[in-house]
Design a protein around this ligand. Sequence first.
Ligand SMILES: [Zn+2]
Length: 315
Amino acid sequence: MATQFKLTAAARTISLKDVFQGGEAKAYDLFRTLRWENGIAICPRCDHDQAYEITTRRKFKCKACQHQFSVTSGTIFASRKLSFTDMLAAVVIVANAAKGVSAMQLSRDIDVQHKTAWVWAHKLREAMASETTDHKLDGTVEVDGAYFGGHIRPANLKADRVDRRLSENQTGKRRVVIAIRQRKGRTLSFVSKQEADGVSLVSRNVNRTAEVHADEASHWDALHALFPTLRINHSEAYSLNGVCTNQVESYFSRLRKMVEGQHHHVSAQHLNAYASHAAWLEDHRMESNGVVTRKAIGLAMSHPVSRNWKGYWQR
Ligand SMILES: [Zn+2]
């Protein structure tokens, strides 16, 4: 049996040991070179490429407009509370966590408040998700949906139990994650109230030249008018003549483990963030942790200040 990539030395190109031995200056240099080409500071206000460097404070002052800025100004990590060492360590921890990592665990690992870790991790997820914004899928594409949340614990006494399948006995918090995955390509995830919304999502995010694979659920019938569509009836087989939704199923398996094993309670409001995080991990699973770390930081350094997470706890 071939060795699983994650077990090989090639998969390990960065470690927490490297991060802490390297220290603040080295971590800072990494953020700087991932934000600006060759680390040459560009003024976020006027785009001028000459600035005085206030080395002691790791700040810059634009020679054209006098604006003072730092390497994280104008990015999703603006007004950061963490040191560069801690941020780099946190990204490595996230990069190593195949099923994601809870804010609770992160807050303990890098010794910061739970609130700080919670918002920081969501900012990183938002930046990672931006990698597939406006990305269209093509080739062979699988689509499926999986329901999350809205669980009602059955009552202790049998006599008190209700039929949890009936809508009047549900919480209204149940959501479906719809995943569209290109074989040898990217995974896109969406959160909705019903799986049938997947038809318009496929229509908007997949090129017309693609071949779409879906299961027997009747709402996917509408796909046939839009794409060459192949169906797999799961009551007969999981895969038949190359027709299957196995790739999208392995994505759901990762997301399910992430939600149940790490985060435990995921609100409908934040499900999308975890769904896209799982998609990102799935798509980058064959890359080394050093590459994944640099990609995640690069995305954060090119992502503007977050409307969702800026000043979250001050509201
Ligand atoms: Zn300027």
